[in-house]
Design a binder for this molecule. Sequence first.
Ligand code: TMP
Length: 218
Amino acid sequence: MLITFEGPEGGGKSTQVALLAESLRSQGLIVAQLREPGGTEISEQIRDVLHDNKNKKMDARTELLLYEAARSQMVSEVVIPRLEDDIVVLVDRFRDSSVAYQGGGRGISDVDVNWLNDFTTRGLVPDLTLLLTVDAETGLKRRKSNGKEMNRMDNQSLEFHKKVQKKYLEMAQEGGRWVMIDANGTASEVQEKVRDVVVVRLIESGILEGNISKGKER
Ligand code: TMP
């Protein structure tokens, strides 16, 4: 099963992915935890280029192609082999980030982004996508205060981040694999909601047994 985490800056995705991975592992599942752009040595090198604040001149299509290149490498080197081994794969951002940021934010058409997404993922679509919602202003404030250096994408304008947020909300309206989670609470409050959704889906898919508890504290 492929589970992706999406959302604007400051929604706490990486914390949530890490907490979920730990919780599922404690229940005996083998879990792969990845992030985009990244997840392989080559993709991490591409990440450095994308996020370097020096690269202010980067053209929107160059940006899209680099995110897609990093994705292609991660899918072929890690995601497909893990899924073939029946390992649960959790990814912090995946193809929908390109639709939200390079589509919604930069204005590249959905047709172009989706075509490239299909090409680099080999048509792979997540089984479940959790959208951690937080409004753009609050998210950016949280991002600025979390002590990590602001990268080239974090440093885009508030208007850009609002367009990204809007595109995410549009995509989530499609329903299906999308589940929206309010990310305004504390990390453990948000994690409880995340775990509830994921555990139900894993039980429905027969990956977890129905009598296994939803969380450590229950
Ligand atoms: P993060 O690891 O802090 O979420 O940083 C990733 C940044 O890259 C974030 O600003 C979103 C952006 N991004 C895109 O613009 N397009 C993409 O396809 C992906 C995966 C990320």
